[in-house]
Design a protein around this ligand. Structure first.
Ligand SMILES: C[S@@+](CC[C@H](N)C(=O)[O-])C[C@H]1O[C@@H](n2cnc3c(N)ncnc32)[C@H](O)[C@@H]1O
Length: 232
């Protein structure tokens, strides 16, 4: 299947992934070799997993999808697992995608399988996100890491400032809205400056979030932000 058909096929799977962001995931998987492994943290109902799964099938890779299926009004708990499994079965991807149910932070310390591409979209607080970045220990040097809600979530952005802007392990490449792409390599000064250049957009997103918390959705709409969700 080509990207356009795959994107069409996820139209009815609820989630927060835009078409351009799905394309970034798709392209990242297509850069992999046969026999490689994609690891996704945070699958929800499988919108991104189906994209990763079809792309993986095209190159002969596999996907490991980690989700704790946490309860809460946004994510929906155990019934979300049923929806995830039904969506993956309907997509014909059960032979490509392996689901691992659990908390990424609990699973990581004992993990011993190599991975070739890391996609982080789990819990967005600083501590979980920076722990999730450490799954990159299992990537080859230069391996790609995609992160959703970067420069929109406060926790993820603070983690990016600490570990990418002021760290020495990750280089920021580019983004589509909040989908950011990094590689596991030591950043140069110019790479760090590119992180700084994203911070005005982050400030704007925080401003929109404040409007939404104050129930000023209409004002957010005048400013170009539509819908009930935080910017992503
Ligand atoms: C934003 S959603 C993922 C959306 C998904 N990538 C998509 O495209 O639809 C976040 C998911 O992360 C899961 N999650 C939250 N904390 C987690 C953790 N510590 N470990 C694993 N999964 C977690 C939630 O259960 C939820 O399904």
């Amino acid at each position: 299947m080509d990207f356009d058909h795959v994107w069409e096929s996820v139209a009815d799977i609820p989630g927060w992934l835009t078409e351009d962001q799905a394309r970034m995931l798709w392209d990242a998987v297509l850069r992999l070799e046969p026999g490689t492994t994609v690891l996704e943290i945070g699958s929800h109902q499988g919108r991104s997993t189906v994209i990763l799964g079809h792309a993986s099938r095209a190159v002969g890779a596999r996907v490991i999808a980690i989700d704790a299926f946490v309860d809460g009004k946004l994510f929906g708990g155990a019934s979300t697992r049923d929806l995830f499994e039904a969506n993956l079965a309907a997509a014909g991807l059960t032979d490509v995608v392996e689901l691992v149910v659990g908390y990424s932070t609990t699973l990581r310390p004992d993990w011993d399988r190599p991975i070739d591409l890391l996609y982080v979209d789990g819990k967005h607080d600083y501590w979980t996100y920076t722990d999730d970045l450490r799954w990159s220990d299992h990537l080859p040097a230069g391996g790609e890491i995609l992160v959703h809600d970067c420069y929109s979530s406060i926790g993820v952005t603070l983690g990016t400032i600490a570990k990418v802007l002021f760290g020495s392990r990750y280089t920021y490449l580019d983004r589509s809205r909040s989908m950011a792409r990094f590689i596991r390599s030591r950043p140069r000064f110019a790479d760090r400056l590119r992180v700084v250049a994203q911070l005005p957009w982050f400030s704007w997103n925080v401003f929109i979030k404040i409007l939404l918390r104050l129930r000023l959705r209409r004002v957010a709409g005048w400013l170009g932000h539509h819908g009930p969700y935080d910017p992503f």
